[in-house]
Write a protein that binds this ligand. Structure first.
Ligand code: FE2
Ligand code: FE2
Length: 271
């Protein structure tokens, strides 16, 4: 399959559309948690950031869908936006069920330039999803997340995997379909979106629970008492590979985070 071809576009759009899961947040039954589990969950520092990340993502992705004229692409990007809004609804239902206190939410607005909005969101998700895969598995194994909650959030994590897979393929397809100068400009925008997201994540890692638009760094060590950075990064890598495995093998995979983390692991001593 030629990257940038119509066949490529069909494949990455169909991947997203054909794997849609029609769950409804409103009918999720939130399990009654034991007092210590409830305390652990409600005290996690990242619920504000999580809700806001989904709020911004849905608005930004929908603003991009609105500009598209290709019917299939529009349908797929609109589904991506719908799923982001649904993630926010899942979180809102959980927050109500467990009486979690949130800061007032910002006014969610997309950027003036919808393609930029989509690039920003897409690269942000590439960072966040990679770590979320590892955090989720770690919380599951350590028993931090009760099994019933793991089941509830599994579709959300799975969807983020589909989103980043869709996004990296759209970037490659879009770049291939531009003129030479257009492609250079587009690639510069991609790098800019990437750098802005990288700095946003570093910033959050420094100040833990700030009201920014990323939530992974805001809660790393909460999930396991014997947190080991090397084991965690290895888990992120293996979970990323596992979650990307089921989809159309002809599609590109997100390589930025796995490559960077494999490089970083060279400098982290084994126990
Ligand atoms: Fe999301
Ligand atoms: Fe997403």
């Amino acid at each position: 399959m030629k990257i940038g071809s119509n066949e490529h576009k069909q494949a990455f759009c169909r991947m997203l559309l054909d794997t849609f899961d029609a769950y409804k947040p409103a009918i999720i039954e939130w399990p009654t948690l034991e007092p210590d589990a409830l305390k652990r969950i409600t005290e996690l520092p990242f619920w504000d950031v999580a809700v806001q990340t989904e709020g911004f993502a849905s608005i930004r992705v929908q603003s991009f869908a609105n500009t598209l004229t290709d019917t299939l692409l529009k349908e797929a990007v609109a589904l991506n936006a719908f799923e982001e809004a649904r993630h926010k609804h899942v979180l809102e239902h959980m927050i109500r069920a467990y009486n979690i206190k949130l800061q007032p939410e910002p006014d969610y607005k997309a950027d003036k330039d919808p393609e930029w909005s989509f690039l920003r969101t897409g690269y942000g998700e590439c960072f966040d999803s990679f770590f979320a895969f590892g955090l989720f598995e770690m919380a599951k194994r350590s028993g931090f997340f009760p099994a019933a909650l793991v089941d509830t959030f599994e579709p959300v994590i799975r969807e983020e995997g589909r989103h980043i897979l869709f996004f990296v393929n759209w970037v490659a397809w879009q770049a291939a379909n531009k003129s030479f100068p257009g492609r250079i400009f587009f690639r510069i925008r991609c790098i800019a979106a990437l750098i802005i997201n990288a700095f946003g994540r570093l910033d959050i890692a420094g100040s833990a629970a700030g009201g920014s638009d990323n939530f992974v760094a805001a809660g790393g060590q909460n999930f396991a008492a014997d947190f080991n950075i090397r084991e965690f990064l290895e888990l992120c890598l293996s979970e990323d590979a596992r979650r990307m495995a089921p989809y159309d093998a002809r599609l590109l995979r997100p390589v930025l985070m796995p490559t960077m983390i494999k490089f970083v692991l060279n400098f982290i001593p084994k126990k």
